[in-house]
Write a protein that binds this ligand. Structure first.
Ligand SMILES: NC(=O)c1ccc[n+]([C@@H]2O[C@H](COP(=O)([O-])OP(=O)(O)OC[C@H]3O[C@@H](n4cnc5c(N)ncnc54)[C@H](O)[C@@H]3O)[C@@H](O)[C@H]2O)c1
Length: 349
């Protein structure tokens, strides 16, 4: 194997070009082939990256001798099959989110990667976002106090997918962020979706996730909202922290305000007293670096160190299991569904 990891990119649509650019700028890897089943996409690739060969069939990528790893940046419904082919051919792989549409497919891919001794990363890019890493640092610090709840909003006009609904498209980001911040998975999910645009799949979703200790995580996603928002809020007993991915200047803000129970008064008055704390709003300095490059760097290092990446198959499987519980809840008009039981559920919409 050459000292650089040689990568084949499969899927040169909206997101694929970002991978080719980011990977080409990293010292530890090179892109040796670009594949897309649509010839016009390949024409675009050839004009932007004329030095990189292109091909239409993913199997051609896997037949090449100059490919150590692949990035699968195709629609969600193709991830499982392409990832399986890549692993079977002995390649390492980054698979875009969601890892697959079935929990058992995620588990199968994880087992296959382990059996082949290959690194399989799921592209939960926000785990590599310095703003989200800062948020986790805040939530874990004693100054934050106890986590009360989390709330995230991910709205925009599309882009509308044709194989999954807005929840499967957008909420993997929020579920992976919540799990990363809390270092656990949700116990139950309750969700309502609507087809505001008259599509065959839900384009708007309101999801509630229940974590241990009565911590609630709420996610709103929409393809039908002209106001683009990318925000995660965590409210605790002593602080509120906000991640705003669209605010380059103040990506994270800490509100040193909160309301909590005063334990000292409990015995005296026979009931708890609520104490409001007021304080500053702080924008911590964050050394920003591109999440996609940070993610790729972890992938390259995981290969050379023979370890699992931060965003590993288990991370991706937890997200898909939660999406399955969300599907089941939507079918029951919002009834709470236990996440752990969503191992083998029917296909997503
Ligand atoms: N991490 C992020 O922030 C982020 C952002 C956008 C998209 N994504 C993910 O990236 C993936 C791709 O999204 P997109 O917006 O680029 O979609 P897209 O539809 O714009 O592009 C997908 C491309 O894959 C090609 N393709 C489909 N099946 C193929 C196959 N079998 N072989 C070769 N090419 C094939 C299509 O022709 C298309 O050009 C999705 O899983 C999406 O969820 C992630």
């Amino acid at each position: 194997m050459s000292s650089k990891i040689r990568i084949g990119l499969i899927g040169y649509g909206y997101w694929g070009p970002n991978y080719v650019r980011a990977l080409s700028e990293l010292p530890g890897c090179s892109v040796t082939v670009i594949c897309d089943s649509q010839p016009e996409r390949l024409e675009r690739a050839a004009s932007r990256f004329p030095q990189i060969p292109v091909c239409e069939d993913a199997r051609e990528v896997l037949e090449r001798t100059d490919v150590d790893a692949v990035v699968i940046s195709t629609p969600a419904s193709t991830h499982y099959k392409l990832a399986r082919l890549a692993l079977e051919s002995g390649r390492h792989a980054i698979v875009e989110k969601p890892l697959a549409l079935e929990v058992e497919h995620c588990e199968e891919l994880g087992a296959l990667a382990d059996a082949k001794g290959r690194v399989l990363m799921v592209a939960h890019t926000f785990l590599y976002n310095p703003g989200i890493q800062k948020l986790r640092q805040c939530v874990k610090s004693s100054a934050f106090g106890q986590v009360y709840y989390l709330h995230s909003t991910r709205t925009n006009l599309g882009p509308i997918r044709h194989d999954v609904n807005a929840i499967w498209d957008l909420a993997p980001h929020d579920i992976s962020i919540f799990n990363y911040l809390l270092e656990e998975q949700p116990l139950w999910a309750s969700a309502i979706g609507s087809r505001a645009l008259g599509n065959s799949r839900e384009d708007v979703g309101f999801v509630t996730l229940g974590y241990a200790n009565d911590v609630i995580g709420n996610i709103h996603v929409s393809w039908a909202d002209p106001n683009k928002v990318r925000e995660v809020v965590v409210v605790g007993s002593r602080q509120r922290v906000v991640f705003d991915d669209l605010n380059d200047l103040e990506r994270v803000r800490i509100f040193e305000k909160g309301v909590s129970l005063s334990e000292t008064d409990a015995g005296t008055f026979g009931e708890f007293k609520l104490l409001v704390r007021d304080g500053d709003i702080i924008s911590p300095k964050i050394e920003f670096s591109e999440p996609l490059k940070n993610q790729a760097t972890d992938f390259i290092q995981a290969i050379s160190e023979n370890r699992k990446p931060v965003s590993d198959t288990l991370t991706g499987t937890h997200v898909v299991r939660t999406l399955k519980a969300i599907d089941a809840s939507m079918r029951e008009h919002g009834k709470a569904v236990e996440v752990a039981k969503c191992k083998v559920a029917s296909r997503s919409s």
